[in-house]
Every structure is written in structure tokens, then in C-alpha cells.
Design a protein around this ligand. Structure first.
Ligand code: HEC
Length: 185
């Protein structure tokens, strides 16, 4: 009679059939997770201190983390280094539209296109450039100061027939801003 329930038990137990196998299974169930945990701890620890073998990499990483702060400082210094002339700003920022006439921009030197605009006065034109006008974004979307944009406006309008004086630069930059074209001997 006792044979019947025994055979039933064996059917349900699957691969573990002897007490020895049971002991091995229990032992593995205990040891395997511990081994995995040890490996995980070692992996995490080594990824934290692993850079000790590659100092250059960690220095690079540090430099990269520091760089954005440095570049902001450099930018501020260069912004203080003196405004660029109207022509420089024009070439860097305005030529994209005003040389080709893209988006309906009045072209450099196009007296017909500039005539009516010049009539509104330099101040009004500067306002258009600083605040934007239709397809032209404010400040022409650029990184130039108000003074630099204003000088570019004067340069652009003068090329179109106006006789505006470029807004004065602070004393130090004034001589540097004078176009050196006549210096060629
Ligand atoms: C993305 C193209 C684009 C760029 C870049 C651009 N402009 Fe313009 N600009 C235009 C367009 C288009 C108009 C005509 C706007 C209108 O009257 O509808 C215009 C018009 C002007 C006018 C006449 C405004 C008026 O009141 O009639 C001035 C002055 C001017 N631009 C100056 C500049 C200066 C200075 C720069 C560079 C700092 C510049 N633009 C860069 C597209 C551009």
C-alpha cells in the first residue's frame, strides 16, 4: 500500500529523487545567490575605482567637466575685447541674407531697395535690426552686441546710399575699427 503514494511523490518531485540530490539543491540555492552578490559587489566596486589604472581618462573627464565654466569666461572676455566694425559684423552675421537677398532682405548696395528704408532714419533701422522685422530675427539671431548690430546697420545702409556715421565705439576700439583698406601701398 505504501508503494502507491511513494510513486506519486516521485512524479511530483521532478529531478530531485534522493536525499543527496535534495541536499545539493538546497546547498546550491544558498550558495549561488551569494556568489552572484559577491560578483555584483566586485563589479560595482571595480567600476568605481577602476580609473586608478587609467588616470588620463579621469583627468580628461575632469577637464571636460570644468571646460563649460572656462568657455563662459572666455566668451565674456572676448565680448569685452572691443566691438567689431560694421563690416565685420555684416560679413559674420548679416551677409547670409543681405548679400543674396534671401527671404526678401534688401541687398547690400541695392540703392533702390534701401532708399525708402533709409528715409525712416538710422534709429528706426537699428530698432528693426535689434527687435527683428518680419523674416529677420531679433539681433539677426546673432551673438553681437547692440552696438555691433547698430554699426552693421549703418554699414549696410551706407552701402545702399545713406550717409550715416557708424555709431561710435568706445575710445580704445575706435582706431582699430577704422578700415585699413587705404594702407595698401
Ligand atoms: C535671416 C535673414 C536675415 C539676416 C541674418 C539679417 N537680416 Fe536684415 N533683413 C532681413 C529681411 C527679410 C529684411 C526685410 C524685412 C522687411 O522689411 O520685411 C531685413 C531688413 C533689414 C533692415 C531694414 C529694416 C527696416 O526697418 O526697413 C535692416 C537695417 C537690416 N535688415 C539690418 C540687418 C543687420 C545689421 C543684420 C546683421 C546683424 C541683418 N539685417 C541680418 C533678413 C535678415
Amino acid at each position: 500500500m505504501s508503494q502507491v503514494p511513494n510513486s506519486h511523490d516521485n512524479d511530483h518531485e521532478g529531478p530531485i529523487k534522493t536525499p543527496k540530490q535534495l541536499a545539493v539543491a538546497v546547498g546550491l540555492a544558498f550558495i549561488v545567490p551569494i556568489i552572484i552578490i559577491i560578483l555584483l559587489v566586485e563589479f560595482v566596486a571595480s567600476s568605481g575605482t577602476g580609473s586608478s589604472g587609467s588616470d588620463a581618462l579621469s583627468e580628461q573627464a575632469t577637464a571636460q567637466r570644468i571646460r563649460p565654466v572656462g568657455s563662459v569666461e572666455v566668451k565674456m572676455v572676448s565680448a569685452n575685447a572691443g566691438p567689431r566694425s560694421g563690416e565685420e559684423v555684416f560679413k559674420a552675421q548679416c551677409a547670409a541674407c543681405h548679400e543674396s537677398g534671401a527671404m526678401g532682405a534688401p541687398k547690400l548696395g541695392d540703392a533702390a531697395g534701401w532708399g525708402p528704408r533709409i528715409g525712416t532714419g538710422l534709429a528706426a533701422l537699428i530698432q528693426s535690426a535689434l527687435k527683428g522685422k518680419n523674416a529677420m530675427p531679433p539681433q539677426a539671431g546673432g551673438e553681437f552686441s547692440d552696438l555691433e548690430v547698430s554699426r552693421a546697420v549703418a554699414y549696410l545702409a551706407n552701402a545702399g546710399g545713406a550717409k550715416f556715421t557708424e555709431p561710435a565705439a568706445p575710445a580704445a576700439a575706435a582706431s582699430e575699427a577704422a578700415p585699413p583698406a587705404s594702407d595698401v601701398k
